[in-house]
Design a protein around this ligand. Sequence first.
Ligand SMILES: Cc1cc2nc3c(=O)[nH]c(=O)nc-3n(C[C@H](O)[C@H](O)[C@H](O)COP(=O)(O)OP(=O)(O)OC[C@H]3O[C@@H](n4cnc5c(N)ncnc54)[C@H](O)[C@@H]3O)c2cc1C
Ligand code: SF4
Length: 419
Amino acid sequence: MTEKYEKEATGYTMTTVMEEAARCLLCHDAPCSKACPAGTDPARFIRSVRFNNVKGAAETIRENNALGAICARVCPTEKYCELACSRTNIDCPIDIGGIQRYVTDFEQAAKMDILKKGSSNGKHIAIIGSGPAGLQVATTLLTKGYAVDIYEKSEKAGGYLTYGIPEYRLPTDIVEYEIKRIINLGANIHYNTTVGEDIMMADLKATNDAVVVAVGASESKMLPMFADNPNVETAVDFLARVKETKGNISDVPNSAVVVGGGDVAMDVATTLRRLDVQTVTDVAYEEFSEFKASKKELKGTRKAGVTILDGYIPTRVSNNEVTFNHRHIDSELKIKADKIILAVGQRVNTTNLNIDINNHQEVPYAGYRTADPKVFVTGDIAQGDKTVVWAVRKGKDVAEQIDQLLTRDEDSDLVLGGK
Ligand SMILES: Cc1cc2nc3c(=O)[nH]c(=O)nc-3n(C[C@H](O)[C@H](O)[C@H](O)COP(=O)(O)OP(=O)(O)OC[C@H]3O[C@@H](n4cnc5c(N)ncnc54)[C@H](O)[C@@H]3O)c2cc1C
Ligand code: SF4
């Protein structure tokens, strides 16, 4: 059971990666590179692979993206670089994610150590949250000579990389290796430390030149009718439990109903099937034409044997039976299952952090700097897509902004103040 849950799809070999790279048109205007939110520069690293320079390809990826091996596996490339790829007009886009995975696997196997810590500039930055956004902020600042402390409420770093995305899509050893690289660069991670409880924002502001809030949307939403029902679990809690035990949970049900139509719901449903749950039904509010889950995830979920029903709203729940009514037609469904899993979105918790969050679970203004000149936000709570590659991009952006502000003329009113 565990092996089935953990098994990642096979990657390219040296021969097959060369074949795939040979399909690249080496476009002069590189639309793929322009479409990567994190600036990972696929056109440049694929060109290096084409000319047998895998080391050079690894350098390009790593210099632009602290989480290159992770993005290679989980980035929805069909929405970004592969959507823009010129090869699409001939047959199908280049498998940019697959080539990136080959190159970063090579980097790991060759124990390459590409990023170097910058010489100290005497400035200290505190980062709240060690998800992809916090990790990227830390990396960029460390290479520029800042001292970085990360405060993380969980036992392990990584946010949803560690506690959310299933093992078969993102193996734990890959995440751990990427984090180790950032620790070796000098990041000081304080585990089991919730800012707002164990240490206060005011203390971080008093002892650092800037504070970056990268707390993500790390809690699951609950619908009131399901609260306190012992058969119900939230998606994030379920996925974290499965990932932590590598698929060895003690309460695998015989049947399950998943409520939700996004990528997280697809992850839950597919994970259940990989744990050998016999009957898995996913019921989504959206109709297929408006589905939130990516086509790739939807296809994978169907292939795993999940029944997906679209356009239904849960209207009643009694013990382990949920009643759904269709949004547009007169149709009622009653589904009984051992386990009910809610995948209806995640929620931000900024208790005691003095950060305002709007109904979209974001800070209510564009940009990264808050009304408090010393406090910045990034990752899922900042505006923009909620994906790992965007967390990397927002992490790079906020680090550059802080660096610019802190290295300006001391008399400038943009210099961070107000300890
Ligand atoms: C199940 C699942 C599957 C996903 N799959 C994909 C995918 O395939 N591809 C993709 O691109 N994106 C995917 N995403 C989205 C992606 O994981 C997020 O966009 C990304 O993790 C956001 O990064 P972040 O750093 O902003 O926040 P997070 O990853 O949420 O990290 C925030 C961190 O802050 C910590 N924290 C929170 N509050 C405090 C506090 N007060 N004090 C200290 N620490 C605190 C948390 O413990 C956590 O470690 C998925 C998300 C989920 C839930
Ligand atoms: S757009 Fe596609 S074909 Fe052109 S350089 Fe990028 S990967 Fe190669």
